[in-house]
Ligand binder design. Sequence first.
Ligand SMILES: [Zn+2]
Length: 565
Amino acid sequence: MAEQIFIWRISLTRGKFKFLLLNFQNLSSLRLVVLSCLYFEIVLNFSLWRFAFSKIHINSAITLVFAVSLPAFIFFGLFSIFNALIWPYFYKTILILLITVSCVANYVMFQYGVFIDSDMIRNLFQTNRREALDYVNLSGILWYLITGFFPSALIFKSKVVFKPLFKEARDRFIYALICLFALSVLAATLYKEYAVFGRNNREVTRLINPTNYIFSAWRYFRLQALANKEFSPIDPDARLTPFEDDRFTVLVIIVGETARSMSFALNGYNRPTNPRLINQDIISFNDVTASGTSTAVSLPAMFSHLGRDKFILNEAAFSENIIDLISNSGYKVIWLENDNGCKSVCDRVNVRDMVTENNLKYCDGSYCFDEVMIDSLEKLLDQVHEDTVIALHAIGSHGPSYYKRYPFEFKIFQPTCDTSEIQNCSINSIVNTYDNTIIYTDFIINRAIDSLKKYPQFESGLIYISDHGESLGENGIYLHGLPFRLAPDEQIKVPLIVWMSDAMKVYDNIDYNCLINRSAESFSHDNLFHSLVGLLEINTKLYESNLDIFTPCRLKPLPKYLNDN
Ligand SMILES: [Zn+2]
């Protein structure tokens, strides 16, 4: 009896398969593209929808519209991929390959909660057969048979009717345009929602089948290729060549995060965001352009000697930067890290990670207020007995959780937006919260200067520069990361603040008033390398005096050996 039922079931399944197969004969290419999109969207992206379901909180009409638009957005995205991939002769191989890999990825992501990135691909290549076999179990096999093997068999048996090549290509081109248009409309009308959701949930792209493993594999192979590259020193002969003084030079470099120039009262903003620095003897350069719109690009680029035009991000990790040069030339260099890592800039110097040190006065285990670095700075200054450069990598105004960047007493402008879901806040409250981060940054820079002032025996100075700016709703744009050429000033104009002790002004022959006059001129991250070389009196062939901000304001030219080679 049981056997009979089993056979009956098989023949029923066969019957269904035959019925389905019938629908897959004489299938038009457009229908195959649409069916593929729907299958990937509905069946092969379980983890994506589980994730979206847990992360999207529908509490307003606009979040509801966003939630509804997401499946449409994914559909058009998938459509543009399959529309490009499905062609005569190739479509069966490509679809069966994508379905098989996506089916396995879907299972692993859904069952084990993993995200697919280049590290996962590396693990995959390093996994031996025994480890891999651990994943093979009954539910895995069933999952594969139903969602992988069965649709692959349908594709294998299918017969798709393509138009003559020219007509087919023309139609596909039109579909691609329609798709692009639909995606643009969605992105433009719900830009804020997509940008904030993406920023708060960066890992979501690692859940989208099949783009997650395609991009991760591509990234993995690219990194493998780069890993074989040799690390290159930029100038092994660079030497600290102090002139005219016998004091220790102590320079503090504060690398800001997401601070935009136009939100600094020092640069003309009409709110009092610099209540402390306004009384310091500082120079604020108010037209400085960043080298990128994201930390990943700006940070390595601003410390590179190449300048924005020649800088290649993928090669930055294999080449020295100004931090290495300073260290190799004879300075003691300490990098205090309080942001999300230094993007390989500080890999070869002494680094102290503030989050790991977890000073409970300022840290909660996952973030620290930037003041934590000032405490460390003061202790370091006490121990200075050689020429020293201390870099402070601040978390500054890192969004979208601006409200987490400052202690309660800096909640000056109100109401604030006390959530990472800034799409639910008014622009006014977002700007208030962001401006409070700038007041806190003002406090941090001011405290660092005051700390240096306690040691008049040093030739000390401080440079503060931010990596990139931030959009706060201007023209409907938020956060940062737009392509550089399209980026508005909010994202690429950054503050640059310089303070020098009297000793530094004297021994470096700097005419401070001349610098004040220069503060309205246009500069960029490209000036940082050369300005630091000049200020730190490093003899290197890489120095270009015309890019050194301080050059025209030196009362005496630099010694001959420091000038251009
Ligand atoms: Zn940044």
